[in-house]
Design a protein around this ligand. Structure first.
Ligand code: HEM
Length: 496
């Protein structure tokens, strides 16, 4: 009996050993890289570089790896294998010079669950993405992007925001939700002609759900889901809130679509949803993938991209101006000289406000809100930085390494608006200023974001001076979610 048990346990051990060896070999062959593939840190079987990866500061971790492996290297995280482009030259080579190669998004288990059937604008690929991107750009332009109508809507929102800030009566407050709500109202007006009061609890709840989902998405939980979807799908944990919260936000958008269908008038399209319904009903063969599901997912993408990014940048602007009161004063002097106190700002003022324009650019550079960009995929075999990149490879472009590239910026680690000023104090563009990325998938809302940033920023500083509580040193470290946001802080907004 004893020897039988011994034999059984030996068999079990051998089977286990055989299984492990078999799986390791299978993993080796599955993940074997072709000749002249970019080098990278040693990757363990199954988990790759998971244990050394810094999910809190992935951009810094990747910049450090570039010091060892060069501007193009490879990393693996579970099932995810990517090459990483670092520094302005390499990122430009990938996104601009090889714009036609790196257009699509790689497969992502999370996106596949959030956006089934290649839906939406952000994570879709191929002809469907192309048609929707073109349609969305044209529609946003038709409904006011770059027009006075849009400027007026933003200036009206600034008035509401100023009034709300005045109700704080000089007490310190956390500006996050307020900025979120104000900025979101702009994209909501373009997408579904609605604006919500800052006291609207239903809307605030939707914004909070969105915030929470985006935070978890960019955290280690999002990373684990992408790396081990088969296991994570069945595990309890914060990653599940990503999916439940997205469903709630999609529900909110779906209600808007229903509301639009009820009083839809083809002769009088009011916004993005109406324009999309018109396109759906046109019946042309070019619009066969214009479906209601896609309408909801596109609107959701506009809503989330149009809310989180710009409001996060405005939060960074407060952090940086509080840390640099001399810059705050200089911007206010320029506002006083060019606009004064009696009228709201307009986009025409921008040309006369080079210092303010330089400060906004420098805030975006240091704020670095999308540090490792949204991944792209090689659409065919190619050579990048002298290395072979097979079709289907994921490409991460480290935008942080561009915005802080030592070869491009005079004082990369310092907040220095002079980066964007020439010797005569005129605004100067910089090639390595890529917070909106570059190439064919460059941020779709760049023009809207630039307009919002200028008008909100000037509107706020025209009316208020900002400071924080005595003895508090605001941090530049940031919290890594889908965007890099400032750690929670409170401001005093003193009416000027
Ligand atoms: C400061 C503000 C913003 C920043 C820094 C920013 C940055 C970015 C970045 C880095 C990407 C990824 C580009 C790539 O894949 O290479 C992106 C994509 C996108 N952005 Fe923005 N964004 C901002 C504001 C906005 C706004 C206001 C909208 C609203 C219309 C918007 C809509 C989008 C959309 C729809 C995409 C996906 C484009 C595609 O995949 O074709 N963004 N943005």
């Amino acid at each position: 009996m004893l020897s039988f048990l011994h034999l059984e346990s030996l068999d079990f051990k051998s089977i286990l050993l055989f299984l492990v060896v078999f799986l390791v070999i299978a993993d080796y062959f599955k993940t074997r890289k072709p000749p002249n593939y970019p080098p990278g840190p040693f990757a363990l079987p199954f988990v790759g570089n998971m244990f050394s990866f810094d999910a809190k500061q992935p951009h810094i971790y990747l910049i450090k790896l570039a010091e060892t492996y060069g501007d193009l290297f490879s990393v693996s995280l579970g099932r995810e294998h990517a090459v990483v482009a670092n520094g302005y030259k390499m990122v430009k080579e990938a996104l601009v010079v090889q714009a036609d190669v790196f257009v699509d998004r790689p497969f992502s288990p999370m996106s596949d669950r959030l956006y089934p059937h290649n839906a939406g604008l952000f994570m879709s690929s191929g002809p469907k993405w192309k048609r929707h991107r073109r349609f969305t750009m044209t529609t946003l332009r038709n409904f006011g992007l770059g027009k006075t109508l849009m400027e007026n809507a933003i200036c009206e929102e600034i008035r509401y925001l100023q009034e709300e800030m005045e109700t704080q009566k000089g007490d310190p407050f956390n500006p996050k939700m307020l900025f979120n709500n104000a900025v979101s109202n702009i994209i909501c007006q373009l997408a579904f002609s609605s604006r919500s009061d800052y006291s609207d609890d239903t809307f605030r709840n939707v914004l909070q759900k969105l915030n929470e989902a985006l935070n978890v998405e960019g955290s280690v939980w999002g990373l684990l889901y992408e790396a081990f979807p088969g296991i994570m799908k069945h595990m309890p944990g914060p990653h599940n809130t990503i999916f439940s919260n997205y469903l709630d936000v999609a529900d909110f958008i779906r209600k808007e679509v229903e509301r639009h269908k009820e009083d839809f008038d083809p002769n009088n399209p009011r916004d993005y949803i109406d324009a999309y319904i018109t396109e759906m009903q046109s019946g042309s063969s070019d619009t066969e993938d214009f479906t209601e599901t896609n309408l909801v997912m596109n609107s959701l993408d506009l809503f989330l991209a149009g809310t989180e990014t710009t409001s996060t940048t405005l939060l960074w602007s407060l952090v940086l101006l509080i840390k640099h009161p001399e810059v705050q004063k200089k911007v206010q002097s320029e506002i006083d000289a060019v606009i004064g106190q009696s009228r709201p700002p307009s986009m025409a003022d921008k040309a006369n406000m080079p210092y303010t324009e330089a400060v906004i650019h420098e805030i975006q550079r240091i704020g670095d809100i999308v540090p490792i960009n949204v991944p792209r995929m090689a659409g065919r075999d190619t050579t990048l930085g002298g290395y072979f990149i097979p079709k289907g490879t994921s490409l991460w472009t480290n935008l942080s390494s561009v915005l802080f590239d030592k070869a491009e910026w005079e004082t990369p680690d310092e907040f220095n608006p002079d980066h964007f000023l020439d010797s005569e104090g005129k605004f100067r563009r910089r090639d390595a200023f890529l917070p909106f990325s570059a190439g064919k998938r460059v941020c779709l809302g760049e023009q809207l974001a630039r307009m919002e940033l200028f008008l909100f920023f000037v509107g706020l500083l025209q009316k208020f001076s900002f400071s924080t509580e005595e003895g508090v040193e605001l941090s530049l470290e940031g919290d890594m979610g889908a965007t890099r946001t400032p750690l929670p802080f409170k401001v005093f907004a003193h009416t000027r």
